[in-house]
Design a protein around this ligand. Sequence first.
Ligand code: GLN
Length: 190
Amino acid sequence: MTIAVLAVQGDFAEHEAMLAELGAQVFEIRERADLDRPFDGLVLPGGESTVQGKLLRELGLFEPIRGKILAGTPVFGTCAGLILLAKRLSNDDNVYFDVLPVTVRRNAYGRQLGSFYAEEEFKGIGKIPMTFIRAPYIESAADDVDILASVDGNIVAARKDNVLGISFHPEVDRDLSVHRYFLDMIRGRE
Ligand code: GLN
């Protein structure tokens, strides 16, 4: 299985290491030509969504990636990646890919001191470590969105069809389960 990782900004290298550990072939999307290589799934890493959104447009990556997601390519966004996937942001006028019908609050736990750790249930996996770094959360979701995890009553993981978005950073904990979930999702087992 081949996974493309968006590598214009953020913590893409940590995702690549985890995916490789799970046996996936991994390559980076840095420019338009990289999208010509076939891949089975796409990871959008954490980082800074405003910067990522700007770079995606400048590099001519935005429309082709959106087209692939709409055509059914499985995508896994973490933190800033979740922000890029959302239909609406409650505290920001930007909208990016608009492929996950949820409303997301950026920096929902506070901008500077909003980093924390929790252990909570993830649907289909069990209790897992969750590290939040200036994280967003999902304020509301359309009825057809599957809620996969919540922390203190706030949604932190959700999926609709081929689109998986989470607000924490599994790539900083030594826990491969969410990446494994994504690979199973691609295989049609989740
Ligand atoms: N606060 C960042 C943003 O709004 C997301 C944080 C992260 O990805 N760790 O883009």
